[in-house]
Write a protein that binds this ligand. Structure first.
Ligand code: MG
Length: 287
């Protein structure tokens, strides 16, 4: 869960777990007091730290996160309420997609991985085969929706404000505005963030994580929740690989450590390399 916007949940901790470590050492935790009060961190301290007893317990309680002023129990209650409400909205979106025969893909990544460029390329290559619509999520601006609309495809921009992810309720409102023909492809471009969007079902059929070769091989193990929930990883900007020290095999190995079933395609939205694999994946799963 994100302490800024109140998103996520402990069930989303995924393959990485929620244990806090400092320099690889687990924080020592007394088992009492974790359900009892507003102050959940004053008993915790790292081993071998020479008496730094005020080290906060970031993420070491039952809730898996630390929020000043909230007990672990209260955080869990808030998380459950938020995610239960989101799941209701996601189910409603999913029913709408089924009724209209819409195939929805939730695209997630860190900012700057090339999601919008990848969508622009995809639309140019597929718009003669499918009717396409796009929901764009960003904290601010409608720049990306304008880029999509310039391709001739309808796009609705959702600005999440200080929020760091799209939720199913926002997507439901966007769908009210978005003209989608029966049989359409719907791409939902999430807010650029490798953490919080992983926890929120939007009603999509598949989750796709876009990872660019400039981000560093170890992102899948640093942010395991995202890669654990994704059905497909697109390793984008492959045209830059000759200019980088980038270990492709290691990146894929890390992704499969957290998600043995994840499919992987190496693509370049800029050059078009590998994109037909993505299009074939869409055709296969839509059918
Ligand atoms: Mg974008």
């Amino acid at each position: 869960m994100c302490a800024t916007c109140g998103c996520g949940g402990k069930d989303a901790a995924g393959a990485g777990g929620s244990m806090t470590r400092i320099d690889g050492r687990e924080l020592h935790r007394h088992d009492h007091d974790h359900l009892s009060g507003a102050d959940d961190h004053h008993h915790d301290h790292p081993h071998d730290r020479g008496g730094h007893h005020d080290t906060p317990e970031y993420g070491n309680g039952l809730a898996g996160i630390h929020v000043p002023g909230l007990s672990q129990q209260r955080i869990i209650q808030i998380e459950r309420n938020i995610l239960a409400k989101n799941d209701e909205c996601a189910a409603a979106n999913r029913a709408r997609f089924a009724a209209a025969n819409v195939f929805a893909i939730n695209l997630m990544s860190s900012p700057g991985s090339g999601k919008t460029s990848l969508l622009v390329r995809t639309i140019a290559d597929l718009c003669h085969h499918y009717s396409i619509g796009v929901v764009e999520g960003d904290q601010q601006t409608s720049n990306d929706a304008e880029r999509i609309r310039a391709t001739g495809v309808p796009a609705i921009q959702v600005n999440a404000g200080k929020g760091c992810h799209l939720d199913a309720h926002m997507v439901g409102h966007a769908l009210d505005e978005l003209p989608l023909a029966s049989g359409s492809l719907l791409f939902i471009e999430n807010v650029g963030n490798l953490v919080c969007p992983a926890a929120f079902d939007l009603g999509e059929a598949f989750k796709v994580v876009v990872f660019s070769v400039t981000e560093g091989e170890d992102k899948p193990i640093k942010y395991p929740d995202m890669f654990a929930v994704a059905d497909l990883m697109l390793i984008n900007k492959s045209d830059l690989i000759p200019h980088l020290e980038f270990d492709l095999a290691r990146t894929i190995e890390y992704a499969r450590q957290v998600n043995p079933d994840i499919e992987v395609f190496v693509v370049s939205a800029r050059s078009g390399e590998g994109m037909p694999n993505f299009y074939a994946w869409i055709a296969k799963h839509r059918a």
